[in-house]
Design a protein around this ligand. Structure first.
Ligand code: G16
Length: 543
């Protein structure tokens, strides 16, 4: 096997965002683009040489080519063993599970998550170190710094082993092990949940509709829900992974999972509806004519955790990202456990999970997870709901209503203004930040401002600090507005406005979130001068 050292020049734009490096396919297609980033990781993570690397992706356009490149680079950089998902496929949580379970030094996951795929779509790569979670800011910054000074990368010239069947092969000095992408993950799920109880539930006529959105979870859902748990095959829709996700946006929300929404609002709606995203780490949970916000989902799972075998002994603590509603905070208070508020990005949960301070965590962006892996986990959340439905034997909407009656309801929406001019969006945020000191103590829309700040976070475990993580304005009538720019977009800027209003009165728990939050949405537009600064009167997407 010959190893080539290829001269290259740095690209200026390889700073990872909220979750890895995400760009248009055309950007990744530039000669040396992927190679530079991968070499930068090898250069700053010396444990990979002589160690084990996990490799896989969500199967989107460009996946196969990137897998081939990384295999050759791994061999050239002295990686001892590469564990690659059959067909180059691994969901994000399954990759995290393999990294941890096989004692790997890290893994590359090829995905742009919920962003569209295909030649005109997006591609992405993220590196997860040995704990199986997204690289923390210290690592991503080191990779970025390295990418700014890189002059060469190493790549092997060798024929690759077949990746379409399980097996163990040699690539020079490197062992390449092709594994079933589902097996280890399914075994972990079987340890966490009561599969017998779920089988019983399904045998009794309980129906589920799981929308894999033509993305990576199709094979996982089929194996677990259909083969292992006995759901009828038609329970998994859009199960075939496609490189362009069938031209759809593989984002599990009410806007993009339209087919599922139609089923769940139809006459013969199943008892549980669920969807996952491109790489399988997001989830959406629906009941018949009922949408569970991700924030509520986290709160309900936390409140019911001891019903499920994997969490029978209770929770060490919980965490949510700052823009996520404060529903879980109330559960934590009742349970007498700690509740942490972190910046947006799963990476911020890692140290809390590693230190054993939290067991469950989640985000408003359809992400829920636990200490079983170090990524959010879509199918895990669906199984958790299934298991608690099997334990309680009550319809999902009744469980949700009972939860609100006990803890109060947090009406919640996120409004996204997409494709904004990046400079205008930055100016909007800067102007808002500048006004914060003057807002404290003032009245907005008839309520007093109790907090107006730019969220900053000090990690209680390692002391690392993250600043400028979003503007939050809290009012004394239970309302909160949060403003931040997305860190995952690939075109222009996306302004996210998060709206929340707490309602303790059960007589007012059956209202439409859109109606309840309309005055707050108008106030948010006014406070941030959204129409004047962006030319937009209303958001593009509401979730
Ligand atoms: C990623 C991150 C999440 C984050 C979400 C949205 O999810 O892993 O932690 O909440 O993006 O981030 P932003 O608001 O910056 O766009 P995923 O599923 O896209 O990897």
């Amino acid at each position: 096997m010959r190893i080539h050292t290829v001269a290259t020049r740095p690209f200026p734009d390889q700073r990872p965002g909220t979750s890895g490096l995400r760009k248009r396919v055309a950007v990744f297609r530039q000669p040396h683009y992927l190679e530079n980033f991968v070499q930068s990781v090898f250069d700053v993570v010396p444990e990979l040489a002589g160690g084990t690397l996990v490799l896989g992706g969500d199967g989107r356009y460009g996946n196969d080519e990137a897998i081939a490149t990384i295999l050759r680079m791994a061999a050239a950089n002295g990686v001892a063993r590469v564990i690659v998902g059959r067909g180059g496929i691994l969901s994000t949580p399954a990759a995290s599970c393999l990294i941890r379970g096989r004692g790997a030094a890290g893994g590359f996951i090829l995905s742009a998550s919920h962003n569209p795929g295909g030649p005109e779509g997006d591609f992405g790569i993220k590196f997860n170190p040995a704990n199986g979670g997204p690289a923390p800011p210290a690592v991503t910054e080191a990779v970025y710094a390295r990418s700014r000074e890189i002059t060469a990368y190493r790549i092997a010239e060798a024929e690759l082993p077949p990746l379409d069947r399980d097996g163990v092969h040699r690539l020079g000095e490197t062992t390449v092990e092709v594994v079933d992408p589902v097996a280890d993950y399914a075994a972990l799920m079987e340890r966490l949940f009561d599969f017998d109880r779920i089988r019983d539930l399904l045998r009794g006529g309980f129906r589920i509709c799981y929308d894999a959105m033509h993305a990576v979870t199709g094979p996982y859902a089929r194996r677990i829900l259909v083969d292992l748990l006995g759901a009828p095959p038609g329970s998994v829709i859009r199960a075939e992974p496609l490189p362009d996700f069938g031209g759809l946006h593989p984002d599990p929300n009410l806007t993009h999972a339209r087919e599922l929404v139609a089923v769940m609002w139809g006459a013969e709606a199943p008892d549980l509806g669920a969807a996952s995203d491109g790489d399988g780490d997001r989830n959406m949970i629906l009941g018949p004519r009922c949408f569970v916000t991700p924030s509520d989902s986290l709160a309900v799972l936390a409140a019911n955790a001891t019903l499920v075998p994997g969490y029978r002994d209770g929770l060490a603590g919980v965490a949510r990202s700052m823009p996520t509603s404060r529903a879980v905070d109330r559960v934590a208070e009742t349970l007498g456990i700690d509740c942490y508020e972190t910046p947006t990005g799963w990476k911020f949960f890692g140290s809390l999970l590693d230190a054993g301070r939290i067991t469950l965590c989640g985000e408003e962006s359809f992400g829920t997870g636990s200490d079983h892996v170090r990524e959010k986990d879509g199918l895990w959340a669906v199984l958790f709901w299934l298991d608690l439905l099997a334990a309680r034997r009550e319809p999902l909407p009744a469980i949700l209503r009972a939860h609100w009656a006990r803890f109060g309801r947090h009406y919640y929406q996120r409004h996204d203004y997409e494709g904004l001019d990046a400079a205008a969006a930055e100016e909007l945020m800067a102007a808002l930040r500048a006004r914060l000191p003057a807002l404290a103590g003032r009245h907005l829309g008839g309520a007093a401002v109790t907090l107006a700040d730019d969220f900053a976070y000090t990690d209680p475990v390692d002391g690392s600090r993250a600043e400028g993580q979003g503007v939050r304005i809290v009012l004394d009538d239970g309302a909160r507005m949060v403003f931040r720019l997305s860190g995952t977009g690939t075109a222009g800027a996306t302004l996210r406005v998060y709206l929340e209003r707490f309602e303790p009165d059960p007589a007012r728990h059956g209202l439409e979130p859109g109606e309840v939050l309309a005055p707050l949405a108008a106030l948010a537009r006014e406070v941030a001068e959204i129409p004047r600064r962006t030319g937009r009167e209303k958001p593009d997407v509401v979730t």
